[in-house]
Design a protein around this ligand. Structure first.
Ligand SMILES: Cc1cc2nc3c(=O)[nH]c(=O)nc-3n(C[C@H](O)[C@H](O)[C@H](O)COP(=O)(O)OP(=O)(O)OC[C@H]3O[C@@H](n4cnc5c(N)ncnc54)[C@H](O)[C@@H]3O)c2cc1C
Length: 528
């Protein structure tokens, strides 16, 4: 193995994480020097590559960014920042052009216009997509190729960040380790500007659509360094993860319901029309709760695509079809068993309109951040958009601060795929990690109440105190879990993705963001 020089210096910016947020920021910083840390080879381990729907942007005839912003605010259940929604949707078309220029083969009609898809709660067809359900994969392939062609971007693969380094109140870099290596001394990478783009926290839940490495490390790291966290309680549960024994659960994209697929239970009853006028295309949280309640009452839930798509599902939704075939489900003749699964975190590290966190020297981009765009519930396909818009803004902001210099080439760590996979499996299967994920799904999930949330906080504290190898990685996870449960306990109402069975109504006194530092979350935990 190559040994990392402990004095490795990222003279330019340092980007932690290599999903769309991290790589887009790196490309926008070019030709300014930047180092990108990725636990796995580029393209692996990021939610971005798994996105099926696409990127929301008002680029169709008759559509407008104002209409897109209005839909975003409607979905966000009263706490989307109006200015943020207006400005992000206004910048969408330019960011789509960036992705196209870097080689993303977006679906187009015969005239070269984008062929747009429709997803729930959008008032127009505005999902820019690739081959039906392959947007994430195709976007990542294109930008990875562009990153590899860009000499100012230095990628270090096989490395995972553990903690942010703080000096005099300023973030000055990160402490890292080779993926899965819990025994060697951490490496310190110094940076003038650190961009945290290490994703959301779906993997903290036992039932999730997120890749195994995406489990709250970013928010946990930032909170431990003292950053303010916003809206941690708002977790979006996707209603239609495919119910197989696979962990993570593969996703059956919402676009299937956009095409007319319906939800039925094992008695053949279609239940959504009685719950919401938009039936299967009701906001995600409503559909997720409906599915959850069916399952809680002993029923099974299926997505029936037969009438809407028939055999076309194979060509129009190749990713979903393959997931079904892998699980022994016939996607043409059969129905797809589905379950709600933790999917997206609306909350995260609080940032301003330039992507700056509350800690000097630290910018946060993508799902790790809370920009105020999603409010209590994300509008479908707004997250890839947010990653690109803020990636560009952060690059602008850092570009104005940092001197341009060239970086010496750095070979990085050799990626040993077998060792990496083993390390990840060990981490994932540690009993304490599995217990934590179970606590989150059972007690901090689709439906919450005071008793469950209090018990969750007690159990998280116990796991933190008694887990056999309390590493920084585990502490990042328990820290994020604590923040989500504490914020959920504090918000005594239901709104968007946060549903309290003991406070089922939306309360206008709560029509605002929750802002919390780790101290407060720990105090709530201590009193639970
Ligand atoms: C199945 C699925 C389908 C989706 N479909 C859509 C869609 O159609 N449209 C849409 O807008 N959104 C969709 N989303 C949400 C969207 O994909 C994510 O919100 C978005 O990709 C987040 O991008 P990101 O760059 O912030 O994080 P990610 O893409 O998750 O990347 C995080 C990166 O950080 C790395 N990392 C993690 N921990 C560490 C650490 N400790 N140190 C260093 N690096 C670390 C990871 O390895 C990865 O490289 C979907 C999500 C999933 C899971």
């Amino acid at each position: 193995m190559t040994v990392i020089d402990n004095t490795l210096n990222a003279d330019g910016a340092l980007i932690v994480g290599a999903g769309l947020a991290g790589l887009f920021t790196a490309l926008k910083l070019a030709p300014r020097p930047v180092t990108v840390l990725s636990p796995k080879p580029l393209g692996m381990g990021a939610s971005s590559a798994w996105a099926q729907g696409g990127v929301a942007a008002a680029v169709g005839q008759g559509d407008s960014s104002h209409a897109h912003a209005a839909d975003t605010e409607m979905a966000g259940a009263g706490i989307v920042d109006h200015g943020t929604a207006e400005s992000v949707t206004a910048e969408a078309a330019a960011r789509i052009e960036d992705l196209a220029r870097w080689g993303t083969p977006f679906d187009r009609d015969d005239f070269g216009n984008y062929a747009l898809g429709k997803e729930a709660a959008h008032s127009a067809n505005r999902i820019v997509k690739v081959e039906g359900d392959r947007a994430g994969w195709a976007i990542m392939q294109a930008i990875i190729a562009e990153v590899r062609r860009t000499p100012s971007i230095r990628v270090v693969e096989g490395i995972t960040a553990l903690s942010l380094a703080r000096d005099n109140g300023r973030i000055v870099g990160v402490f890292c380790r080779k993926l899965g290596d819990r025994y060697s001394e951490p490496v310190f990478i110094r940076a003038r500007a650190t961009v945290l783009a290490a994703g959301g926290l779906g993997g903290l839940y036992a039932v999730t659509t997120n890749p195994p490495g995406v489990r709250g490390h970013a928010m946990g790291m930032a909170a431990r360094a003292g950053a303010l966290i916003a809206d941690a309680e708002f977790v979006q549960f996707h209603p239609t993860a495919i119910a197989t024994s696979a962990d993570p659960a593969p996703l059956a994209t919402e676009a299937l319901r956009g095409e007319g697929a319906i939800l039925v239970n094992d008695l053949g009853e279609r239940f959504m029309p009685a719950i919401h006028p938009d039936a299967e295309l009701a906001p995600r949280d409503i559909v997720a709760r409906a599915n959850f309640r069916q399952i809680q009452s002993g029923r099974q839930v299926f997505l029936d695509t037969r009438q809407a798509l028939g055999a076309d599902i194979l060509t129009r939704f190749p990713t979903v079809s393959q997931y079904c075939l892998d699980a022994g489900i016939d996607p043409v003749a059969g129905m797809i068993p589905v379950t709600p699964a933790a999917h997206f975190h609306m909350g995260g590290v609080k940032v301003d309109e330039r992507g700056r966190s509350s800690l000097p020297g630290l910018w946060v981009c993508g799902e790790a951040s809370c920009t105020g765009l999603h409010g209590a519930n994300r509008l479908a396909s707004n997250s890839l958009l947010e990653a690109t818009v803020y990636g560009a803004r952060i690059a602008d902001d850092i570009g104005g601060l940092e001197p341009v210099r060239n970086l010496a080439p750095f070979k990085g760590i050799e990626w040993d795929e077998a060792e990496g996979a083993k390390a990840e499996a060990i981490l994932r299967d540690l009993p304490a990690v599995q217990q934590l994920r179970r606590v989150m799904t059972d007690l901090v999930g689709v439906e919450r109440d005071v008793a469950g949330l209090s018990l969750a906080l007690q159990q998280i504290a116990r796991l933190e105190a008694t887990a056999e190898h309390v590493t920084s990685a585990f502490l990042n996870m328990t820290t994020s879990a604590t923040l989500v449960a504490a914020a959920a306990l504090k918000r005594t109402e239901s709104r968007g993705g946060h549903y309290r069975t003991d406070f089922p109504e939306t309360d206008e006194h709560w029509e605002h963001h929750t802002t919390m530092a780790l101290d407060e979350a720990l105090a709530i935990r201590a009193n639970a």
